[in-house]
Design a protein around this ligand. Structure first.
Ligand code: C5J
Length: 222
């Protein structure tokens, strides 16, 4: 049994029933020329958290607790991309268009890959997800059921979109969820701040939050 000093109160976990889920740390959200930049965002906010996410991943690997990676992406024939998603807004590049890093958010394209510093290692699960949530239209729920996982630690981007959606999906499925505060980021500082507050409000209504150091300390002491 382990305990992480978290907000709004301590997060108890069993390492054998826990996994780390790193959401969408992809080149398309972190590099100039990718999807995030095409929407007019400052992608340097995402690249800044890479060393912290790396430290978190390495801590979980060292503790023998599984690391799962997700990638927001679609099939090359776009059969899993709704017009409602593709046609939204006015980006310079739409999903499926050919950009400087290949076709935007398409499985197998260079821009869709996870940042090399955070690349999955052999044996780690990588979930390709067509939605914002990691459970929608993916095998994630089934994999976690097979493993007997009950607690999930989240990191990645963006805090208020894919991370928050995935945490809410997990919370509704009965998982206890903690978000690593400094291993997640948004293109909008105020959205990150509001998401952290709303997750842990009302007695951890969606889950807990804690700094990466506290998560690693809890893991090391477990
Ligand atoms: C977005 C994500 N923001 N991974 N995707 O479109 O949060």
């Amino acid at each position: 049994m382990g305990v992480i000093a978290a907000n709004p109160f301590d997060f108890s976990f069993t390492p054998a029933r826990t996994a780390l889920i790193v959401i969408d740390m992809q080149r398309d959200f972190a590099e100039a020329g990718g999807f995030g930049a095409s929407l007019g965002n400052d992608v340097s906010r995402v690249t800044r958290i890479v060393p912290t996410v790396k430290r978190l991943i390495e801590g979980f690997r060292a503790a023998g607790v599984p690391v799962i990676h997700t990638m927001e992406c679609h099939k090359p024939d776009l059969s899993d991309l709704s017009p409602a998603k593709r046609d939204r807004g006015n980006p310079t590049l739409r999903i499926g268009d050919l950009g400087p890093m290949g076709r935007v958010l398409i499985s197998g394209e260079p821009g869709t890959e996870i940042l090399p510093e955070l690349a999955p290692i052999d044996g780690e699960v990588v979930i390709e997800k067509p939605g914002k949530g990691a459970f929608y239209a993916t095998p994630l729920g089934e994999i976690l059921k097979q493993w007997g996982t009950r607690q999930l630690v989240f990191a990645g981007v963006t805090t208020e979109v894919c991370v928050q959606t995935s945490m809410r999906e997990a919370n509704d499925r009965g998982f206890e969820c903690l978000l690593a505060e400094d291993a997640t980021e948004s293109y909008f500082a105020e959205f990150k701040d509001a998401t952290l507050k709303m997750i842990r409000a009302q007695g951890a209504i969606v889950g807990w939050t804690a700094p990466t150091d506290a998560v690693l300390q809890g893991l090391a002491n477990a």
